[in-house]
Design a protein around this ligand. Structure first.
Ligand SMILES: NC(=O)c1ccc[n+]([C@@H]2O[C@H](COP(=O)([O-])OP(=O)(O)OC[C@H]3O[C@@H](n4cnc5c(N)ncnc54)[C@H](O)[C@@H]3O)[C@@H](O)[C@H]2O)c1
Ligand SMILES: [Fe+2]
Length: 416
């Protein structure tokens, strides 16, 4: 299984997990599953200044020496200052590791775990974006000393559990703080993932103050990604359920009215709080009702042309919404009041076009590119991109409407 998993993106891993859980769970219907499993973290502390509780949280977990996993950017922005002083006041020893790099290579995780072991650490804090939090998950597992990383890849391969783990996101997008997945880079461009319930943290702290310095283009792209997590979870063909629906709707209700404010007035704490909470809720939604064609078509844009994940999603989203509307109109109509300005007109016949135009206009206002040609993607590469997208069957099986290669080519052409 681990070989099969090596070439998949983070969203695919969940789908592999889902395939497995299908074996033991039956689902009543496409529209409303009444038998389902919903996994998430147990404890969440949310609020501006919540990071001051870290000392008490660590003490409750019986931590004595905490390994803090972060990256240089987070450290240089001074984001850790409040956390470290709270831990110090609580008498918790700290070993700081700030060498995480984006899309962390396998070796970074192994080096970090070695540092934690040498430092005598008994617990782990992930503090930063998805890269730091994923590294922290794996260090917490490696610290038990029961299994090498190479043995953990795949679904439920992690056998030895983990030491206590706290997660503090400083970006509002991936939802990694509430997923049971950790992704590492294993080769030039190959990624591998560990999927295990053991990777769900003991405690997650959401403090929007930490996100005020996120640059505008990162806020916009990661925010759209989080909104896509919620939209695709709500329309997920097989595993949507009452709880994933609830968190997806709540996520969109928070993010839709705030993404522009958070992007253009980065110090607006109310908008930042809504985005951080919304992205976490969207993470809970797609962790249990997996994403589909938007992510399947976005993935090759990142893999081949290194376009940031959120922007890749934004580029294909309007066209996938239009394509899916013949199958998902009812669900899109249910989401429309959360997404569109009050008084917007729509019907089941027009909702695909209305949402597509809405997201195109939103991307423009957010300063995101809206066409593949603006990113120097050659037109003659579109069929190859479609071939790549077809490899993402684990995502495509969640799409409300079947999507074939010629559909993918057409969607890329519309996005061109
Ligand atoms: N585990 C999961 O469920 C899951 C899901 C999606 C993505 N991921 C993984 O997450 C990673 C991407 O995470 P990401 O998008 O959060 O980015 P990231 O963690 O790679 O961070 C990107 C950059 O943003 C900077 N940064 C972070 N917070 C900041 C802040 N508040 N102010 C200013 N700068 C800040 C960092 O220093 C870094 O330079 C990838 O490795 C991806 O594979 C994991
Ligand atoms: Fe995503």
């Amino acid at each position: 299984m681990s070989n099969v998993l090596r070439a998949l993106c983070q969203c695919c891993y969940k789908n592999v997990l889902v395939l497995f859980s299908c074996v033991e769970t039956t689902y009543a219907s496409y529209r409303m599953n009444t038998q389902f499993t919903f996994n998430s973290v147990t404890d969440l502390s949310v609020g501006v200044g919540a990071v001051d509780q870290l000392g008490a949280i660590a003490r409750n977990l019986n931590a004595e020496r905490l390994f803090v996993v972060t990256d240089k950017g987070v450290l240089e922005h001074g984001l850790l200052d409040g956390a470290l002083s709270s831990l110090q006041s609580a008498g918790i020893g700290v070993e700081l590791y700030s060498d995480v790099i984006a899309d962390p290579p396998e070796q970074t995780v192994i080096d970090a775990a070695e540092r934690a072991r040498l430092g005598g650490c008994d617990s782990v804090l992930g503090f930063g974006g998805g890269s730091s939090m994923d590294t922290a998950k794996l260090v917490a597992a490696l610290l038990t000393g029961t299994q090498p990383l190479s043995d953990m890849y795949g679904v439920d391969q992690l056998r030895g559990g983990r030491v206590p783990l706290i997660q503090v996101p400083t970006t509002a997008g991936t939802g990694s703080e509430v997923t049971m997945v950790a992704i590492v880079t294993t080769g030039e461009s190959t990624k591998a993932g560990v999927v295990s319930r053991a990777l769900l943290a003991d405690h997650v702290v959401l403090d929007a103050q930490l996100t005020v310095g996120l640059p505008a283009h990162v806020t916009a792209a990661t925010g759209i990604d989080a909104m896509v997590h919620a939209i695709e979870a709500y329309t997920s063909a097989r595993l949507k359920n009452p709880l994933s629906d609830m968190v997806a709707r709540q996520a969109l209700g928070l993010m839709a009215p705030n993404i522009e404010k958070a992007t253009h007035q980065g110090d607006d704490l109310e908008a930042r709080s809504a985005m951080l909470l919304g992205a976490m809720l969207a993470g809970q939604a797609f962790a249990n009702a997996p994403v589909a064609a938007v992510h399947a078509l976005a993935y090759p844009l990142g893999g081949v042309y290194h376009i940031p994940h959120g922007l890749s999603n934004a580029l294909v989203l309007p066209h996938v919404l239009r394509y899916n509307s013949s199958a998902a109109a009812q669900l899109y109509c249910e989401l429309a009041p959360l997404l569109l300005p009050a008084g917007s007109g729509f019907s089941a016949n027009t909702i695909g076009d209305v949402l597509a135009e809405h997201f195109l206009a939103l991307s423009n206002r957010l300063g995101l590119q809206t066409q593949l040609r603006q990113l120097d993607i050659p037109e003659n590469s579109l069929p190859d991109l479609a071939d790549d997208a077809m490899l993402q069957q684990r995502l495509l099986i969640n799409n409300p409407r079947p999507l074939l290669r010629e559909d993918a080519v057409r969607i890329y052409r519309q996005a061109f």
